[in-house]
Design a protein around this ligand. Structure first.
Ligand code: CA
Length: 239
């Protein structure tokens, strides 16, 4: 039997709480809702969800503050829910490590599709970790530990990746010296084809570059191939 995925929704608008809850319960998710960040934080300490959907405008704290806390924890996904039309908030959310974002008002179908896709991506990542011959990939000056998503450089410096970043890096590491389109990097998320989505891949690539490239402004490990996608240039050793 497959256990239900546990979702936490942190949203102060009771109508949206009700809507999202009944919608996602209809798709077999176990949904718990919280009207503020403090209550959600306590619940997360008691029991870790598979995914948190976080409204950016919360009464007791800035949703971004909560996201910043949450992304430190790679055990669950984060989707930002925002009523703000402000793109910079959304991009900032992705830069903080959120897996995706949804702008209010949203189509119920769109919400379900994005939740499904984050959950699926995380399952694939867990599977990739499980089936990797061993838990480490070596490239350039780095060793990437798939077990804890930590990169360690030869000089001892360490960087941790979010689950979304790790999924992307693993896709690149599995196909070195081949140009991968954004669609290929995204796996089977074919239901997404919009500009915002491409942007979220680009944001994640730029976050990974900041961690692994000596000069992120002129990257050598992950090259952009204009009009085509991305290319991972280094040899990769697994073991
Ligand atoms: Ca709100």
């Amino acid at each position: 039997m497959v256990s239900k995925k546990r979702l936490y929704l942190i949203e102060d608008d009771p109508d949206i709480r009700k809507l999202v809850r009944s919608l996602l319960e209809g798709y077999g998710y176990d949904v718990q809702t919280f009207a503020n960040g403090g209550a959600a934080r306590q619940a997360i300490r008691r029991e870790v969800p598979d995914l948190c959907i976080v409204d950016l405008g919360l009464p007791d704290m800035d949703g971004l503050t909560l996201v910043r806390e949450l992304w430190e924890d790679v055990r669950f996904g984060v989707i930002i829910l925002t009523g703000r039309g402000d793109v910079s908030d959304r991009v900032l959310g992705l830069e903080l490590g959120a897996d995706d974002y949804i702008v209010k008002p949203f189509e119920p179908r769109e919400l379900v599709a994005r939740v499904n896709s984050v959950i699926r991506r995380r399952d694939q990542l867990a599977e990739a970790r499980g089936t990797a011959q061993s838990g480490q990939a070596r490239f350039g000056d780095w060793v990437f530990d798939l077990g804890n998503l930590i990169l360690t450089a030869t000089d001892g410096r360490q960087e941790s990746l979010t689950a979304a970043e790790a999924g992307l890096l693993i896709a690149l590491l599995k196909a070195p010296k081949r140009v991968l389109s954004r669609e290929q990097l995204q796996g089977d998320d074919q239901d997404r084809d919009d500009f915002a989505f491409d942007r979220s891949i680009d944001v994640r690539i730029s976050r990974i570059r900041k961690k692994i490239e000596p000069d992120p402004k002129s990257p050598r490990l992950i090259k952009t191939v204009y009009g085509a996608g991305y290319l991972f240039t280094a040899e990769v050793g697994w073991g």
